[in-house]
Design a protein around this ligand. Sequence first.
Ligand code: V0D
Length: 230
Amino acid sequence: MEKIRHIAIIMDGNGRWAKSQNKMRTFGHLKGTDNVRNIAIAANDQGVEVLTLYAFSTENWKRPKDEVSYLMKLPALFFNKFMTELMEKNIRIMMMGEMDQIPKETAQVLIKAMDQTKNNTGMILNFAMNYGSRREMILAINHVLKDVKEGKIETVDEERFEQYLMTSKFPPLDLLIRTSGEYRISNFLLWQLAYAELMFVDLPWPEFDEQQFLKCLENFYKRNRRFGGI
Ligand code: V0D
């Protein structure tokens, strides 16, 4: 039985969850931030190597200005609330996406989080920030063209191409979970999903708890046993 190494999650449904209890969308984002802590700890306890979370997409800039600026405060909030615990759990924080477009104060928090945890050897908690998968591939292609022009390479195969993606340092993606009953990929990890298991859960992200997460892992191992052979 192959161990699950890399899980990605689209944390959907925070705004809808809040609205359903007559609260502001931002209240849902706040609850969602607490849940990032819960699921990260659960994944770390299960021996997951990388947990990649879709925190902010290249499309999220189209949301109302107030909501975007609230979202940009969440990393600092997360940092202040949970950093001590993440250090104790030996969890390392990393980012993927185009950081140069993130507001300066937020970017500083992200850099601080990565820097403080850079020697941690446990699970990598990888936040996709201003990330879009098509954009990632276009950047990769342009990087390939540059290396061709400079005579560093002549051709690319799949393995070589992967080295130009933002996930190049991580194990292959095993499982994608999307919460809140939407059955789309929404420009997340298009290349990396080629052989991943897909799970769509009907609960909004703030209600997706450790127990639900463990059910997904159980489901993953059940599916894989069917093909595992030997
Ligand atoms: C909102 C639900 C944690 C989905 C989760 C700026 C959307 C809560 C972080 C975070 C967000 C990021 C980096 C870091 C520490 C924490 C976060 C954003 C949104 C986008 F180093 N939650 N979270 N970042 N949400």
